[in-house]
Design a binder for this molecule. Structure first.
Ligand SMILES: Cc1ncc(COP(=O)(O)O)c(C=O)c1O
Length: 467
């Protein structure tokens, strides 16, 4: 029982349950709890601290801004911090990529940006329908939730699917080309799909299980939208800001979306979101889309400081090199345990080991936590382990984290083999069941869940690994 959390904080809390400790401080890729235990962070605040915790240049810039009595909250008034951010964003990100976008600051969450994007598309086209994809995660506010596909979050009470159709993402239906299906449905009067105002997609579905769309698929979807006067919205909340290896995850495909939603790390670790809108599509009237916290000046300051990474010409290469090491480590794990048929996928510095079983994933996450590694599960049943270290994680720490992960997976797989041979009961203490597992568990009182069950749900466990 943690006071006052268990008594006062809503039952909706999630990661507090997955990582049951009291975190106190963090620096770079390490988090430390109140007991002084250190954890290597392969979670990165679901992509909101891509440059690590308390990045020194961010802290220095924030301290000096606060000490100079810099403006903190200002709705969308003009401030020096905003001008500085916009200039730097244009110089380091937009101009080098030849991108001509207007910047709309929305409320500070990814959901806020998504809401604004679909609203603009609806206003411009005079159509209300939106096409999203299977495996999509665009947030939890009611409008963005309607686009999020995981049924765990939906209820008819929310009217949650209003005006949204989910179509199959690439790979959802084996090798079939689902972009072709999209075109067919758009052109077929009898498909039942109303002509949408927009198609919204993630180029890499992070929370959906690290599903990576190909260049071919993305280009075909982009062309399909362009030909039919349908807005293409690319939601970069999680895999933008360098996570894919380039600043924008759509760069590789050579497409130019009509609207791009950026969030999480765009604020250098502080809450900020924005939409990039193709200049000719910026048809908002003054004040038409509001929000009190569109002017988080501290995030402008922090966001400007982290943009310096993108001045370094070798930064992208360094991200890709780190990603290659993560992929190699996951490939090795998968090859060492062919009987578990786990699969590896990802791009840039977001990689996944799909263990095809939510219980196995949970056991690995719990064991990794006990051994000082933070990692989370994604996918429609939380059956996919997602590795998302900071883009600038030092080499030795990355290696250390990968070693922990490797041993945790091996030990859980070994426990599973052992358990399936001895047909153990539904919930046994670790020390009773498998020598390898028992020796490796830091807290032997932690019960292992039955390998025979396939459902982790109970009142105490989180509904899902939200992001
Ligand atoms: C692609 C994507 N869009 C939107 C969101 C929602 O962002 P927020 O939780 O800040 O509302 C998320 C959250 O992880 C996301 O991954």
């Amino acid at each position: 029982m943690v006071e006052p959390i268990d008594r006062l904080e809503s039952n909706a809390r999630n990661y507090a349950r997955q990582f049951p400790t009291v975190f106190k401080s963090a620096l770079g890729s390490r988090m430390t709890d109140e007991e002084g235990r250190e954890y290597i962070d392969f979670f990165s605040g679901a992509g909101s601290v891509n440059y690590g915790h308390n990045y020194p240049q961010v802290n220095q810039a924030l301290v000096s801004y606060i000490q100079s009595n810099g403006i903190q909250s200002s709705l969308d008034m003009t401030t020096s911090a905003k001008i500085e951010f916009l200039k730097k964003f244009e110089q380091t990100i937009l101009s080098p990529r030849n991108l001509d976008y207007r910047v709309q600051f929305t409320g500070p969450t990814g959901s806020n940006a998504v809401e604004a994007a679909i609203k603009l598309a609806r206003k411009q086209t005079g159509r209300s329908h939106i096409a999203a994809f299977t495996g999509a995660c665009h947030g939890h506010s009611l409008g963005s939730l309607a686009l999020t596909s995981n049924q765990s979050y939906h209820s008819e009470f929310y009217g949650s699917h209003n005006n949204v159709t989910h179509l199959p993402y690439e790979g959802y239906w084996g090798d079939r080309d689902t972009s072709e299906l999209l075109e067919k449905m758009l052109d077929d009067n009898g498909s039942g799909l109303p002509k949408p105002a927009a198609v919204i997609l993630e180029t890499i579905q992070a929370a959906g299980g690290v599903n990576v769309a190909s260049t071919k698929w993305l280009r075909r979807v982009a062309e399909a939208c362009q030909k039919r006067d349908i807005r293409l919205i690319v939601d970069e909340a999680q895999v933008g800001c360098g996570r894919s290896g380039q600043f924008f995850s759509f760069e590789q495909a050579g497409i130019k979306p009509d609207i791009v939603c950026l969030s999480k790390s765009i604020g250098g670790g502080l809450p900020m979101s924005l939409n990039l809108i193709r200049r000719e599509l910026d048809t908002w009237k003054p004040g038409e889309h509001g929000g009190t916290f569109r002017g988080n000046n501290l995030a402008f300051v922090a966001g400007s400081a982290v943009l310096d990474h993108w001045i370094n010409p070798s930064f992208e290469l360094e991200i890709l090199q780190r990603g290659t090491r993560v992929k190699a480590a996951l490939d090795e794990i998968a090859h060492e345990h062919p009987d578990f048929a786990s699969t590896v996928r990802g791009r840039g510095l977001i990689w996944a080991l799909d263990v095809h079983n939510n219980l196995v994933a949970k056991e690995i996450i719990d064991l990794a936590f006990q051994r000082g590694l933070l990692i989370s599960a994604v996918g429609s049943r939380q059956e996919v382990l997602r590795c998302m270290p900071a883009l600038n994680i030092p080499s030795e720490l990355l290696q250390q984290g990968l070693e922990i992960l490797k041993h945790c997976v091996s030990d859980v797989f070994e426990f599973r083999r052992c358990a399936s041979r001895s047909e153990i009961g539904p919930s046994l203490p670790a020390s009773n069941v498998c020598p390898t597992r028992a020796n490796s568990v830091a807290n032997p009182a932690t019960p292992m869940t039955s390998p025979l069950s396939n459902d982790t749900s109970n009142s105490a466990s989180p509904l899902a690994s939200t992001y």
